[in-house]
Design a protein around this ligand. Structure first.
Ligand SMILES: [Zn+2]
Length: 194
């Protein structure tokens, strides 16, 4: 069997242990421009029912790629060490590509926000990313937050984007129905009752 990792990491980055001893991360070795591809995830796709029985390490390094489908790296590579941040410098391009959302300086840790890919509660935690805008709890419903939908527009995984679009459509239909219900009241001239 091939020993080559299932993920790709640009040669401008390396995976290494974090300085605080809290796991691994990916760091830029060269400056990276906004829009540049930094990593592509790979591995084996598991359905939810099988996925939830995998060892914790497999589940923590995976990425959700569809509504109930999860990509688990086999074998694990440096590209799989990417972490969550509530103030990320990278976002998703499609289901498995990671691109720079802004210019990245040498030595920066490259992170994305798990809200861009996660729509199920398989990897919820109290966040310690240290950003000024850290939201504290990271959960499987964070993609529903309007401020995140705005900030990460264009960087959500396609399956998350479909859910966002469906939610917006539902909201618009609801608002329209509410306006229709109220319309006769506003339309009735006051003089009729005098
Ligand atoms: Zn955070």
């Amino acid at each position: 069997m091939s020993k080559q990792p299932s993920s790709y990491l640009s040669s401008k980055l390396e995976g290494r242990p974090k300085a605080n001893g809290n796991g691994n991360g990916i760091y830029s070795l060269e400056s990276i421009q906004k829009g540049e591809l930094v990593a592509v995830f790979g591995g084996v796709v598991y359905e939810w029912d099988a996925f939830i029985h995998l060892p914790e390490r497999d589940r923590s390094l995976c990425i959700q790629v569809e509504d109930r489908l999860f990509l688990v790296p086999r074998p694990i590579g440096e590209g799989d060490y990417v972490n969550h941040s509530c103030n990320p410098n990278a976002g998703l391009s499609g289901q498995i590509g990671l691109v720079a959302m802004r210019d990245i300086k040498i030595g920066e840790e490259v992170c994305f926000d798990y809200a861009m890919s996660d729509t199920m509660p398989y990897d919820e935690f109290e966040c310690g990313c240290g950003s000024a805008n850290c939201r504290g709890h990271v959960g499987g419903n964070d993609w529903q937050k309007p401020e995140l939908q705005k900030r990460y527009a264009g960087f959500f995984s396609p399956h998350a984007q479909r859910k966002i679009d469906a939610l917006r459509k539902e909201k618009r239909a609801f608002e329209q129905a509410m306006r229709m219900t109220k319309a006769p009241k506003y339309a009735a001239p006051v003089s009729l009752y005098e």
